[in-house]
Design a protein around this ligand. Structure first.
Ligand code: FES
Length: 111
C-alpha cells in the first residue's frame, strides 16, 4: 500500500504504457483521474494523451486540459501524477521516487 504521491505499482505499469510526444517521452499515472480507466488504452493527440472512456485530455505534466461535456475551467482542478524522464543512449529513464529528482548519472563508457 502506498500513500498519495508515491509512485507504487501503478507507475511501474505505466512505464510501458505511456510514452508519447514527438520530441520527448512522457510518463504519467496509470489511470485516468475521472473513472480510473487505464490510460494505456487511450491515444496520443499531438503532445497530449486522450483517455478512451470520456475523452479527458492530459498534458505531459499530468494536467487535465480538456474535459468534454464538463463546465469550462473544471479541468484546471484535475491533475494526475507525472514522472520526469530522460532519454540517454537510446533508452528512456524515469524517476519514480518521491521528492526532488536526483542528478542523472551518465555512464562515460556509453557517451
Ligand atoms: S475515465 Fe477517463 S475520461 Fe472518464
Amino acid at each position: 500500500m502506498h500513500g498519495p504521491g508515491h509512485a507504487g505499482d501503478d507507475a511501474v505499469r505505466a512505464v510501458h504504457a505511456l510514452s508519447w510526444g514527438k520530441r520527448a517521452c512522457h510518463l504519467v499515472a496509470f489511470r485516468c483521474a475521472h473513472r480510473g480507466t487505464q490510460l494505456s488504452v487511450g491515444w496520443v493527440e499531438e503532445d497530449y494523451l486522450r483517455c478512451r472512456y470520456h475523452g479527458w485530455k492530459y498534458d505531459a505534466a499530468g494536467r487535465c486540459v480538456v474535459q468534454p461535456g464538463e463546465d469550462p475551467g473544471a479541468a484546471d482542478k484535475v491533475r494526475i501524477h507525472s514522472y520526469p524522464t530522460r532519454e540517454y543512449v537510446g533508452l528512456i529513464f524515469a524517476y519514480l521516487g518521491d521528492g526532488a529528482t536526483p542528478p542523472f548519472q551518465s555512464l562515460p563508457d556509453l557517451d
